[in-house]
Every structure is written in C-alpha cells, then in structure tokens.
Design a protein around this ligand. Structure first.
Ligand code: PLP
Length: 500
C-alpha cells in the first residue's frame, strides 16, 4: 500500500531486506494523486454536473429535435487529449457546444424518427450509482446483489411476454448484440456445423432488421440460405407463404433451420402473425426467434398484448429496454425459453476462475452471454421500475399506440396524403402526392426540409420501391399536443414546397 509511504527521510531504503525506492514511489503517488479527488474537488464535481444536468432536462423539450450544425462537432478536436487536464467548466462547455446540442435530440417530444430512445432521467441515476458502487455484475460470487438484480429483471421481462419458468436471458448493450447472441443460440440448439450452413435455411422478410444479416455474417454463417418470405399485403410475413416455402425446401432435401419473425419491424411497425408462425415452427421443428427490439415491451399494455399474441411461443426473443422501456441508449435484452440452451451456447470458464462457482445460487450473466466484465446494466433498469412502478410504463405505451392511431387518422384526412396500413403498434407510414412532379423526389425533399427546420424529426424509408415517410411515436415525452404541432409543421412544409 502506497499509503504507508509517507516520510521518505526517516525510512531505511530496504523493506524486509527488499530494496525500495521511496522517493520514486512518493513522487509517483503525488503525480497520480489527481485520480483521487479530495472532498472539495468532489463537491465541485457534484455541484457543476448537477447544474449542467438540471439545465439540460429543463430545456430538453424546447431544444430542436434535430440540429445539423455547420462544423458537425469538428470543434471538439481543437481540444485534444493532453498530459494535463483542463477545468470542469471548460469540459462541460465542450460537451455543451460540441456534443449535447448537435444531431438528434433524442429527448425531444417531437423526435419521431427511426425508433426513439427514451433517456428516462431515473435511469441516469441508476448508471451513476452503478459506477459509484463499482460492483462487478458478471458473476454471482463477485456481486450476488447485482447478479440477482439482473436475473430478476430477466424474470420480469419473461413474465411480461409470457415466457416459462426455465427462461434464461441477460441484459445486452442493445438489440443488435442480443439478436446476434440469439442466432448463435439457435445454431447451437440445432447443432449446426459449418458444413451444414449452405443447406440450412433462414426465413425472414424484406422488413426484417438488417442487424440479422449482420449477425449471420459475424457468426460466420453468411453461407446460410436466406428466404425472404412473401407478405400479407400489410408488410407482415405471410404464414401461408412461409409454410409453402418450408415444405418446398424440405422436399428439396434442404435443412429449414430458423425463422426470424418481427414483433414490430423498424421499417413499418407491423407485427408478423406470431401465433401462426409459432405453429408452423413447431410442426416443422424450426427455431423461432422473435426480434421484438422495437415492439415487445408493448406487451405491457392491453392494446399491444393483443397484437403480440403468440410471442410467448417463440424459442428466443429480443427486447430493447433502450427503446420502448424508455431507457437511455445502452440496454438490450435476450430471452431464451430454455436457459440450458443459452448456457451451452455461451458458457466458458477461464482456469483462473475455478474457485468462484461453489456458492452460486443464481446463473451468472458471464456464462449466459458473450461478455465477461460488463457494465452493471441492471441498475439503470431496476431503479426506474422500482421508483415508479410498472403502471406509468403501461400507460405510456398505451398512449403511444393511441397517438399513432390518431396521427394515422389525421394524416389520412389531409388533402393529398396517402397512408400505409393502420398501425399495429406506434409507427405510421404515409406519403404526400404532389400536384405535379415526381412523388418520391417530393417526399425526399420534404424530409430534407424538415431536417433543416429541426423542430420535428421524422425519417423516410422505401416500401415496394416507393419513398415513404415514417412517424414513430416512441418517446415518453410525446403527447397529443406534440403530434398536433408536428403534423402542422409537416403540412406547412408541404405547402411551402408545393408553392416553390
Ligand atoms: C433497433 C432495432 C434493432 C437493433 O437494435 P439496437 O439496439 O439498435 O442494436 C433490431 N431490430 C429492431 C426491430 C429494431 O428496431
């Protein structure tokens, strides 16, 4: 312990016969001292960070939903990492000027693009306390409380979607990683080896999230055959087309392996017919993985539960608490119906870890996931759920569905607008048909103009080679007034563009 190195003058230059360079150690201790702030420095950190945070929260609704600055944050680089630090004031100013007010303001109630992430403030305190406590959440022996907390959240999510008692799962960094891990679990469950890949079939649709293709590539399974199953007329997988395709593939001597169904596609928000797909999966012995990164938490509210019927019959499921549980970025989740299968796909031990499992009362995330040392993610999810209870989350999710239905009806009533399918959950697709000129071009320009305006943020996509606009109600801060205001801004821009 360096703490015992105090007065170098009176110390002999050996310790139990071992030579010690007291002067060097004292000098290093002094120079590293900044890593351990004294109480005054701590007070300053607390006070200034608190003030910054309060200001941010107070202004988040009024700050534009999107800002594209001229310098695109390049100014940050004019303050490089150097040998000596700068003041907290100066650091917070850099954060304010170059990070926190450029690009998408994901906390804005008028951020209606992609899939909004929440940024629930209670979660930030959870992150803070997790970092302060510094528990190592990977293994039960190291932090039984942190591991029990994560497993408790896994069981809670399992109950929300109706998964059985033996469910295993963990909190990941996001939906992409959770999908990757789910696909690897499906591979191990079916004992596929590389020689099987080019005759093993994955069934998905054109609307399946691209992270599934990415996951197959990362898992070394790019050779698997992907069947883009036909749709039902509302951008959902057609169960009939799926069944026919599987039959044909079996007859051709191939190995139908995995169905990836979407419980809310990012593209259109529509939910694949999960009950029917689950029956087909069971009858044909395929693994059913459901990507519910956007939609699965809607099972918390009655409107969503109806649409998601059958989700409980899947083999594995991804949820994204940093989307529809309104947490800040950094938390996804994987659930696997049979915990043992998850464990055999991910379990691994180092020789230096042999003495830690004798007293394990709970499965450890490190043995169920790709990570070893991991962020103590449970606290950012547990804290808001404990403090607020589940009721406000249910209400907010119901509200999102009703607001999306309202927006759908409103847009449909506007002159010149065409809407897509009635939303299953909280995404509305629509486009404006201009009086003259190219429809796709008009809608692309419209989105660009809206981004330049910044008060509302919506995004576009392509459906059946048409440019379509999306409106995603996903923030807990988005209410009726925000929808009305956003639709008014949309119409103003349409009018301006028509007249230009
Ligand atoms: C967002 C999303 C993903 C990817 O999740 P990340 O958390 O962004 O990694 C996958 N699938 C769907 C349906 C999504 O909406």
């Amino acid at each position: 312990m360096l703490r015992s190195v105090k007065n170098t003058k009176t110390q002999p230059n050996t310790n139990a016969g071992i030579p010690v360079n007291y002067e060097l150690l004292a000098e290093l201790e002094r120079r590293a001292g900044a890593l351990e702030p004294n109480s005054q420095q701590l007070d300053d950190l607390f006070t200034q960070v608190e003030e910054y945070s309060r200001q941010h929260i107070a202004n988040v609704c009024e700050t534009p939903a999107f800002v594209k600055s001229k310098d695109q944050s390049i100014g940050l680089l004019s303050s490089p990492i150097t040998e000596t630090g700068i003041s907290l004031d100066a650091v917070l100013k850099l954060l304010y000027d170059h990070v926190d007010h450029e690009g998408i303001n994901s906390g804005s109630p008028r951020y209606l693009g992609y899939i909004p992430s929440g940024g629930l403030v209670h979660s930030a305190f959870g992150d803070f306390l997790a970092a302060i406590g510094g528990r190592y959440a990977g293994i039960f022996h190291s932090a039984p409380g942190a591991v029990r907390m994560e497993n408790m959240l896994v069981r809670w999510m399992a109950d929300v979607v109706g998964y059985p008692k033996g469910t295993g799962g963990y909190l990941a960094s996001g939906g992409s990683i959770a999908n990757l891990s789910g696909i690897v679990t499906a591979r191990e469950a079916h004992r596929l080896r590389s020689t099987d890949y080019d005759r093993s079939i994955v069934y998905l649709t054109k609307h399946t999230h691209h992270c599934v293709d990415k996951a197959l590539r990362i898992a070394g399974m790019e050779n698997c055959v992907r069947r883009r199953v036909g749709e039902d007329g509302h951008c959902r997988m057609s169960a009939d087309a799926l069944e026919r395709r599987i039959g044909a593939d079996k007859a051709a001597g191939l190995n139908p392996w995995l169905i990836v169904a979407s419980a809310g596609t990012t593209n259109t928000g529509m939910v694949d017919p999960l009950e029917d797909i689950a029956s087909i999966a069971r009858a044909n012995n395929l693994w059913l993985h459901v990507d519910g990164a956007y939609g699965a938490f809607f099972a918390l509210c009655p409107e969503g539960r109806t649409v998601l019927s059958g989700i409980d019959k899947s083999d594995s499921l991804v949820l994204d608490p940093h989307k529809t549980l309104f947490l800040p970025f950094g938390t996804g989740a994987l659930l696997v119906r049979d915990r043992n299968v998850l464990g055999s796909a991910h379990g691994s031990r180092g020789v230096y870890m042999l003495d830690i499992d004798s007293d394990a009362h709970e499965p450890s995330p490190a043995y169920l996931s790709p990570e070893l040392s991991k962020h103590f993610r449970g606290l950012r999810m547990w804290l808001p759920l404990k403090l607020l209870g589940v009721a406000p989350f249910r209400a907010a999710l119901s509200e999102k569905i009703h607001l999306a239905r309202y927006a759908y009806e409103r847009i449909q009533s506007f002159d010149g607008f065409q809407v897509g399918s009635r939303p299953d959950l909280s995404i509305v697709t629509y486009r404006y048909i201009p009086k003259r000129g190219d429809v796709n071009e008009f809608n692309q320009t419209l989105v660009r103009n809206l981004h330049a305006d910044g008060r509302v943020f919506i995004t576009s996509t392509r459906i059946h080679s048409k440019t379509v606009l999306r409106l995603v109600v996903g923030s807990f801060r988005t209410h009726l007034d925000d929808i009305d205001e956003s639709l008014q801004i949309l119409r103003d821009h349409v009018e301006e563009l028509e007249n230009s």
